[in-house]
Design a protein around this ligand. Structure first.
Ligand code: HMG
Ligand code: MG
Length: 283
């Protein structure tokens, strides 16, 4: 029965909103997170503690975390690329933090201003501090099949960076098809490489839906044993440093797929629809 459970990590408030050009009022972001909190999610990625020059939309991370109404049983996670971010996350009482690396050197440079190896060095003190504070750390690996600057990325590079993130101490690595150019064949080849270094129960699929293939990509990932998938309410989002990236796969579509396949997500469809309607109004 355990095998029939799937966890959907709602990343809309962070990955969904971070690219919105017009600043979304903090009160509206708080309302979105609060609505999502009642949908049955166990995990919500709420915001990022990053440079406001790099991602202006996430400049209100502390205010957002202070304003949300924490729903019992929900883990509220935030992105923390460096120690300063981690300190902000602790002050904001984040339940989980996430560090984010890339399988592409060019994307790493554009997104977090350093090479892959340097990013791992920057994450080391974050992980150490999180361990001391008893806060779990999620890892992301971006550009798992295609980089917007370099084109196709070899599966063994994705496997290597995933192994590095696991070795650093991430409890889970979320595999990001940042620009949504993956399709079932390339996702399967990537997963076959990654599964040689990490078990399926420590991996998550994070598929943007630029080409409308994300649902099929989730299906091949389910076949390979993955049971955690990231999605964004109303398919919001993209990445500010990934030109051409569309939103994450729509949470309602993923939930519908899981129901069809007999997986239990614990989500309440009517509440998801309310949250999606509200999210659409924020754009
Ligand atoms: P840097 O230039 O190497 O670092 O940037 P720095 O320490 O020299 O700092 C640069 C500036 O940022 C300074 O301010 C710092 O004070 C400030 P300035 O002098 O320019 O005024 N700063 C900070 N401000 C607030 N909070 C902080 C912080 N740290 C430094 N924590 C840095 C490195 C990581 C900070 C920068 O590159 C950055 O913020 N990048 C943002 C990247 C980002 O958020 N991208 C989107 C999320 S990743 C994503 O979407 C992909 C994912 O969804 C998976 C997928 O789809 O593939 C996860
Ligand atoms: Mg993303």
């Amino acid at each position: 029965m355990e095998d029939k459970k799937v966890t959907i990590v709602e990343v809309g408030p962070r990955d969904g909103l971070q690219t919105e050009k017009k600043f979304v009022e903090t009160a509206s972001k708080i309302k979105l997170v609060d609505m999502l909190g009642t949908c049955g999610f166990k995990r919500i990625e709420a915001t990022s503690f990053v440079s406001p020059r790099w991602v202006p939309q996430m400049a209100d991370a502390s205010e957002l975390m202070a304003g949300i109404n924490r729903h019992p049983g929900v883990t509220y996670s935030v992105l923390t690329p460096n120690l300063r971010a981690f300190e902000g996350a602790v002050a904001a009482r984040a339940d989980e933090v996430a560090i984010f690396a890339s399988a592409s050197e060019s994307f790493s440079q554009k997104n977090i201003n350093c090479r892959i190896a340097e990013s791992l060095d920057r994450f080391r003190p974050v992980i150490a501090a999180a361990k001391d504070a008893g806060i779990p750390v999620r890892g992301y690996v971006s550009c798992i099949v295609v980089c917007p600057y370099e084109g196709p990325i070899a599966p063994d590079i994705v496997a290597r960076v995933t192994a590095d993130m696991m070795a650093l101490g991430c409890h889970e690595v979320s595999l990001g098809d940042t620009v949504g150019q993956g399709h079932p064949e390339t996702i399967a080849a990537m997963l076959d490489a990654v599964l040689s270094v990490a078990p399926a129960d420590r991996l998550a699929g994070h598929y943007h839906d630029t080409n409308g293939r994300a649902i099929e990509n989730i299906e091949v990932s389910l076949d390979r044993g993955l049971r955690v998938f990231d999605s964004a309410i109303a398919g919001l989002g993209g990445c500010p440093y990934a030109p051409g990236a569309e939103g994450n796969v729509d949470t309602c579509k993923v939930d519908a797929l899981m129901r069809k396949l007999g997986f239990d997500t614990g989500l309440i469809p009517e509440r998801l629809v309310d949250a999606a309607n509200f999210a659409v109004g924020l754009r």
